[in-house]
Design a protein around this ligand. Structure first.
Ligand SMILES: Nc1ncnc2c1ncn2[C@@H]1O[C@H](COP(=O)(O)OP(=O)(O)OP(=O)(O)O)[C@@H](O)[C@H]1O
Ligand SMILES: [Mg+2]
Length: 246
């Protein structure tokens, strides 16, 4: 069981896109995957095609140890919705509040059957993201090749340094997302990443591909939408790279 956080406090960089499509790609490579939606926006729940309101979500899992695992075609899912936002307040007075997720995953043998547990984190560095980082061995940080996106990596790196005191195994991996080789500023920003944090950069890069937003409109993953798309190929590359870390 390897736990991977898809995390960046910056919004709209492709966390939910990566969580769903990496989960699907890993399952295509015969890995058993659980996706846990850690974001009150519930975007990866939505993108997984779950339309019905769920009584039991990540919130009840973390606070009451109630488990609702939805079995999908490619992976299993613990869903989230806006009520998960209450977690930050409800858990704030709990002892060991950063360790709730880690404890739940370690205590219950049902989770041991998964090869990978993928956590889709919210765009903030609050208690939900901290719970994810504490439980994680690899933090995949998607970044867009835009100035404001790159700027945020440094503050995330600071948080990771702090979390490493409680979780020594945590590794940071930067995923360049939405690259368009025809854009001069993308090439320039890629160079900045190479120079400043190149040692953390994943080999795989996800191309800018309109199939991604189209697949989200239809709430199907990129493979179901168009398995021949650039993005589908990139996500298989990413899954292979992730498997190579074992
Ligand atoms: N490689 C890509 N090519 C084209 N569009 C992309 C790509 N990756 C993501 N997008 C688009 O960028 C937008 C943001 O993606 P996504 O919701 O996955 O980001 P996020 O980091 O999860 O956002 P939030 O911080 O709000 O949770 C979406 O509209 C998505 O379709
Ligand atoms: Mg998201």
């Amino acid at each position: 069981m390897k736990v991977i956080s898809i995390i960046n406090q910056k919004g709209g960089v492709g966390k939910s896109t990566t969580a769903v499509n990496l989960a699907t790609a890993l399952s295509k490579l015969n890995k058993k995957v659980l996706l846990i939606d850690m974001d009150p926006q519930g975007d990866s729940t939505d993108y997984s095609g779950i339309m019905e309101e769920q009584q039991t979500t990540t919130k009840e899992f973390l606070l009451e140890n109630k488990i609702n695992i939805i079995k999908l075609k490619s992976y299993d899912l613990i869903p989230a919705d806006i009520l998960l936002a209450d977690f930050e307040i409800l858990a704030s007075s709990e002892f060991g509040r950063e360790f709730l997720l880690k404890e739940k995953l370690e205590e219950n043998n049902d989770f041991k059957k998964y090869d990978y547990i993928i956590l889709d984190c919210p765009p903030s560095l609050g208690l939900l993201s901290l719970n994810a980082l504490v439980a994680t061995s690899i933090a995949i940080v998607p970044v867009k090749l835009e100035r404001f996106s790159i700027k945020g990596i440094r503050s995330l790196n600071e948080v990771i340094k702090k979390v490493k005191k409680a979780n020594k195994n945590l590794e940071l991996k930067i995923l360049v997302n939405g690259i368009n080789l025809g854009f001069k500023h993308h090439i320039e920003n890629l160079e900045i990443i190479e120079n400043q944090i190149g040692k953390y950069k994943l080999k795989t890069q996800i191309r800018q591909d309109v199939s991604i937003s189209k697949s989200q409109n239809e709430t199907v993953n990129i493979f179901e939408f168009n398995s021949k798309s650039k993005a589908a190929k990139n996500y298989i590359e990413l899954a292979n790279e992730v498997i190579s870390f074992e």
